[in-house]
Write a protein that binds this ligand. Structure first.
Ligand SMILES: Cc1cc2nc3c(=O)[nH]c(=O)nc-3n(C[C@H](O)[C@H](O)[C@H](O)COP(=O)(O)OP(=O)(O)OC[C@H]3O[C@@H](n4cnc5c(N)ncnc54)[C@H](O)[C@@H]3O)c2cc1C
Length: 449
């Protein structure tokens, strides 16, 4: 008999926080029984690293999937791993890096499950080179609303497969998936770090970096005038060297945040305001040497710098924080967005910018060709939401979209314009779940069901 208990639950941004009925099924059979016996709506919840309400459901039930944590099969010749959906990227790396394999796409943290990686169709620093996580999934077992388990792949139940890639958990529970891992010589990355002086310089360096498999740039979103868009650009490739870097596990940004957080939760978000963020950014930018600095860096500080700081999401105080991540096809729209942000009273403490390649999977998948900018803001309530409304308008007019995996407040009226084949996705979802058994607070807020 499954045990349900009421828990306080949130995404990584700690906004919103809800009370939810949660259960942690011990295995596949118990997960299937939960769905077969379900009297009320359900949503899957992996590591809860989506920022907003994608894995939350206030008056329904939340299935915590972390016990579905078994590796099921590995075809070493082809790098094909089949594992349960609650397995994390960290577990995959720890098991398979010593055998010469790495996950094909990783986000900025290794603490995400395979179910979450597929549910949000995550992108990494290599989107321009390797596409999204979904591009490397060859099949999945999906538990449907009627309790049946089906195998879906790019050739079997194709439309359901693609509706589930980036489907935000709304097509069923992914029980397991087969993923093509990337062969690597080591866990070291050959990195070039370049201080970029403004947005035009960023675009120049980005264009020159197409041959690098992984690129991303920290950006100072408070800087104005000739400094607008300045930042620190990183590009890299898996190293062929068998040597080990000395960088340990903490990068410069993480260590600065670690000092700031000092393991404590702030009682208010007053510490992170326009003035303190400006000072932090200035110091961080100035410390970077001019020109291009080459190094060999371990995969942890390169891919997952903030994982070195436990609970860094608590530095934003009790009201939590919101990330605004958008993608737009036009450079001018990025410039306008930076003007809006830098002239507002809000301050994004951590911001990254990168150019996506042309992989766009439609449905609810976020990446499309263009420039993506992600900004973390302390939750100041109304003033922040007003800024986000202006940014929404700009993103819409530029033909862009915002990332649902990071969202906690987009109004439903904007979704169809941002996700142009939403109706096709909705039809597929309805075909397999006509009564809306799978639901989330995000799905209700955005009228996705
Ligand atoms: C520090 C940090 C950096 C990040 N960087 C990036 C980045 O660079 N790129 C990027 O794309 N994302 C990034 N993210 C977001 C994160 O990768 C995604 O939100 C990911 O989905 C989180 O996985 P999770 O296991 O925590 O899933 P959850 O947050 O628990 O769930 C996310 C979605 O997946 C669904 N889901 C989870 N498990 C299943 C399942 N078994 N079956 C069906 N649906 C399921 C949920 O219902 C929900 O809709 C970052 C997050 C953090 C905290």
């Amino acid at each position: 008999m499954t045990k349900w208990s009421t828990k306080s639950l949130s995404g990584w941004g700690r906004y919103p926080v809800i009370q939810a009925q949660c259960a942690r099924p011990s295995d596949r059979d118990e997960t299937i029984s939960i769905v077969q016996d379900a009297p009320s709506p359900l949503i899957s919840h992996g590591m809860g690293r989506s920022y907003g309400d994608a894995a939350l459901l206030e008056d329904g039930k939340v299935i915590l999937t972390r016990n579905l944590n078994h590796m099921l099969a590995f075809d070493e010749a082809n790098g094909l791993l089949t594992c349960e959906a609650g397995v994390t990227l960290e577990e995959i790396i720890n098991t398979f890096l010593p055998r010469g394999f790495f996950p094909p796409v990783v986000p900025g943290t290794q603490f995400v499950t395979i179910g979450g990686a597929i549910g949000c169709n995550i992108h990494g620093k290599n989107h321009h080179h390797d596409g999204c996580f979904g591009d490397h999934v060859t099949k999945m077992e999906l538990l449907l609303a009627n309790g049946d388990v089906v195998t879906v792949s790019p050739t079997e139940h194709k439309e359901l497969f693609w509706a589930t890639i980036g489907g935000m958990g709304l097509t069923g529970v992914i029980l397991n998936a087969t993923i093509k891992l990337t062969p690597v010589k080591s866990g070291e990355i050959d990195v070039e770090t370049i201080r970029v002086e403004n947005l035009d310089h960023f675009f120049e360096v980005s264009a020159e970096s197409a041959d690098f498999t992984h690129v991303v740039s920290w950006i100072d979103t408070v800087a104005t005038g000739k400094n607008m868009g300045r930042g620190v650009f990183m590009r890299g490739r898996y190293s062929n060297s068998t040597a080990t870097s000395e960088s340990g596990g903490v990068d410069r940004l993480a260590s600065a945040i670690g000092k700031l957080a000092n393991g404590k939760s702030f009682n208010s978000n007053l510490l992170l305001n326009r003035f303190t963020v400006r000072a932090f950014n200035e110091a961080y930018f100035r410390k970077e040497k001019k020109g291009c600095v080459k190094s060999m860096t371990n995969y942890k500080p390169f891919f997952f710098p903030l994982d070195a700081v436990a609970n860094w999401n608590y530095i934003y105080g009790p009201r939590g924080f919101l990330q605004y991540q958008f993608v737009v096809p036009s450079r001018d729209a990025v410039r306008e967005a930076l003007k809006l942000v830098s002239s507002s009273k809000e301050a994004s403490f951590l911001s990254v910018i990168k150019e996506f390649g042309d992989k766009d999977h439609g449905g609810l998948s976020f990446p499309q060709k263009g420039i993506t900018l992600a900004m973390d803001f302390p939750n100041t309530g109304k003033p922040l939401f007003k800024l986000f409304e202006k940014l929404d308008q700009l993103v819409l007019e530029a033909g862009g979209r915002i990332y649902l995996g990071k969202d906690a407040r987009l109004p439903s009226k904007h979704v169809a314009a941002m996700y142009s084949d939403l109706d096709t996705w909705k039809d597929t979802r309805k075909k397999y779940d006509p009564n809306g058994l799978f639901a989330s607070d995000l799905a209700r807020r955005l009228d996705l069901l």
